[in-house]
Design a protein around this ligand. Structure first.
Ligand code: HPA
Length: 270
């Protein structure tokens, strides 16, 4: 595994030698932050050794290197979901690669269903914790000791300083944001009403199908992580509607400029 990661890193470094400071993973319907990047180099996933390929049509797979808010970033346009059939090593492979390329912080966005009754469609939720309900753990199997501990601590899954800073940016800009707990399920089916209720009871404020594997692997390597959900539909009793992917994408796009503003300011300040 480590060899594969190193081969991918070698390939990328041969294409583009500038070290990125921040890694960014963009969620469903949230890809346009890329338009804000002063692109210096684009590398297609299909050209990188051992890199998985995107299968979902709404994602196009490439690594984008350049400057955002004057800082050197690498953006994953297109991410890998467990429900697509990838195993957890594949889902998290790009995070390993970005870390070995030199990123110092990881930023993640995702689309999620709101469970907290105060949430509305197109609200933003900054993750302050998570509940992992995915059926496979990304660190299961032989530990890569060179990269991190066998039993990594998860008490600070999401970096407190980044959360504080993001909250103050949102206040300054008058952006409505929540802080909450994200639960990840495998999907691809959405939740039944009983499952939404269960997720709320166990302490989740939002539910989605991503982010946690990438976060765990980032924390395994000691990489501070910031993540934000766009609430694209509601799993709140009495407000549950049939979920249509087109509506999820529409809701994500509406919130996207606010999320982008927070990411940009947060990167500028770090
Ligand atoms: N459930 C799970 N994943 C999601 C949802 C949801 O309601 N909305 C967007 N991703």
């Amino acid at each position: 595994m480590l060899e594969k990661i190193k081969e991918a890193v070698e390939y990328i470094k041969n294409q583009y030698e500038v070290k990125p400071k921040f890694g960014i993973i963009l969620g469903t319907g949230l890809g346009s932050l890329v338009n804000e990047v002063e692109v210096e180099k684009t590398i297609e996933y299909k050209d990188i050794p051992h890199f998985p390929l995107s299968t979902v049509e709404t994602h196009s797979g490439k690594l984008i290197f350049g400057k955002l808010s004057g800082k050197q970033v690498v953006v994953m346009k297109g991410r890998f979901h467990y429900y697509e059939g990838y195993d957890m090593d594949q889902v998290t492979f790009p995070v390993r690669v970005m870390k070995l390329l030199g990123i110092e912080k990881l930023f993640i966005s995702n689309a999620a269903g709101g469970l907290n009754p105060e949430y509305q469609v197109s609200d933003l939720m900054i993750l302050n914790d998570h509940i992992n309900l995915l059926p496979e753990h990304p660190l299961r199997g032989e530990n890569i000791n060179e990269l991190g501990d066998r039993f990594p601590d998860m008490s600070d899954a999401y970096d407190e300083h980044l959360i504080e800073k993001a909250l103050s940016i949102a206040t300054e800009k008058g952006i409505r944001v929540h802080q909450g707990v994200y639960a990840a399920v495998s999907g691809p089916a959405l939740e039944t009403k009983a499952e939404y209720k269960y997720l709320r009871i166990i302490g989740a404020d939002a539910v989605g199908m991503s982010t946690i594997p990438e976060n765990i692997v980032a924390r395994h390597m000691g990489l501070p992580c910031f993540a934000i959900s766009v609430i694209t539909d509601l799993g709140v009793e009495g407000k549950i509607e049939k979920v249509v992917v087109a509506n999820i994408i529409k809701a994500a796009m509406k919130a996207e400029p606010y999320m982008t503003a927070i990411f940009k300011e947060l990167i500028a300040a770090n």
